[in-house]
Design a binder for this molecule. Structure first.
Ligand code: SAH
Length: 396
């Protein structure tokens, strides 16, 4: 009891602390709300958008809603005096706001970024200039394995030539022996994409691992991985509970990324089929299945809608469908194909309740009803909302 009170007091105190970057950054839209206020707002938004399909259960809150981002991206730039700075783009612009310590970013990652910033001058590393396209270092990305403690540093450079890189890596590791791998990513293009396609490992294995729901996942510099590991575990546990697997089911994991949901479900199902558009992610998914010794799972690369239509045309069936589409949601084509494949349950994980609402309407038209819906707060202080929804086939 006393501990719970202390915890609450700590949160209250932190909440009252203003963010020094509030006006300049723009990344956290809900800084003016308390955590209670944010959760209430998100609950209401979900209710307004999908409440007509059924009951919305209370949002799953984050116990300690700070420093949760396991992936931190910093832009490297110079101030007016020519000194190196690291920070974030002001929302909607390419103006760099220097950030030292952000309330939602992993603190160790912020520390490492500051160390690198401090080393740039003595190592005479040229900072890239977006306007002239001259210079070397563009971005720093740090990824942190919340369960394993493994840390990856990605140095994004405009060209492959990195003078004195061995000494730089040595000096960085001397300050931060906890770094487990360092990768140079080469991005010569003048686009707003942070990472390029070429990579060179400067130290370690070139990837980190993390553990979710007892399974190990390999995360490379470019793979998609949910940024809030604590809440992701809650989200996946709910998704699995909704699926109600008994070991006999054929399961589809659509929009599967690096295979997380399907791999977690595999030991409770007869067979899992994953489908994903991004070829790199599919490679990671296959590797992840192998390293978790899941043999009853296969992955296909392609558009999820096309894949489902082909399955439907071949008369194939599935018992449970997981779907976790991007912000744009799914498609009518996908949902019509689901009807043909006829799963008893569909578990929809959504990062955008607006497209979720549109898709639910299509599901209802195709013989499904919403059984359960729970928002999960994956992104405290920001307006982003994640939901997990269970739909079941309406029996005639
Ligand atoms: N389920 C995964 C990834 C979810 S993110 C996880 O929880 O980690 C959404 C994924 O959908 C991304 O990996 C993206 O590459 C993929 N995607 C986007 N459009 C797609 C399409 N039309 N067909 C299949 N996959 C798609």
């Amino acid at each position: 009891m006393a501990e719970k009170k202390r915890e609450q007091e700590k949160i209250k105190k932190q909440e009252q602390k203003d963010c020094p970057y509030r006006k300049k950054c723009g990344g956290c839209e809900y800084l003016y709300l308390t955590y209670d206020g944010q959760c209430a707002r998100k609950q209401k938004q979900v209710k307004d958008l999908i409440g007509k399909y059924g009951k919305i259960e209370p949002i799953q809150r984050m116990k300690d809603p700070y420093y949760y981002r396991n992936k931190v991206h910093a832009v490297v730039d110079r101030d007016r005096k020519g000194n190196p700075i690291t920070g974030v783009y002001r929302k909607g612009t390419h103006v760099v706001v220097p950030v030292k310590n952000c309330r939602i970013e992993n603190q160790k990652a912020d520390e490492i970024i500051k160390t690198i910033q401090g080393m740039l001058k003595s190592f005479k590393i040229k900072i890239y200039d977006e306007d002239t396209q001259y210079g070397l270092l563009r971005h720093i990305v740090v990824r942190y394995g919340t369960k394993t403690g493994q840390i990856m540093v990605v140095l994004v450079t405009a060209s492959p030539v990195f003078p004195s890189k061995n000494n730089f890596v040595k000096a960085l590791r001397a300050v931060h022996p906890e770094i487990t791998t360092i990768v140079q990513n080469i991005n010569p293009r003048g686009t707003s994409m942070v990472l390029g396609t070429r990579e060179q490992i400067l130290f370690g294995k070139g990837y980190i691992e993390d553990v979710l729901c007892g399974k190990t996942f390999r995360i490379s510099a470019r793979s998609f991985y949910q940024v809030n590991s604590v809440q992701t575990e809650k989200l996946y546990c709910l998704a699995l509970e909704f699926a109600g697997l008994t070991g006999k089911e054929v399961v589809l994991d659509a929009y599967c990324g690096i295979g997380t949901i399907g791999i977690i479900a595999a030991s409770k199902a007869k067979k899992v089929i994953g489908v994903e558009l991004n070829a790199d992610a599919v490679k990671d998914a296959i590797e992840n299945a192998k390293c978790n010794q899941e043999k009853n799972i296969v992955f296909y690369q392609g558009d999820a809608g096309e894949f489902m239509m082909n399955m439907a045309a071949d008369g194939e069936k599935a018992d449970v469908v997981f779907m976790d589409p991007p912000r744009s949601g799914s498609t009518e084509k996908f949902i019509k194909a689901v009807k043909e494949i006829a799963p008893k349950r569909v578990v929809y994980i959504s990062c955008n309740p607006e497209t979720l609402g549109r898709d639910l309407e299509w599901f209802v038209q195709n013989g499904y009803q919403m059984e359960r819906a729970i928002p999960v707060d994956m992104f405290p202080w920001t307006e982003a909302i994640e939901c997990v929804v269970l739909m079941s086939q309406v029996k005639n």
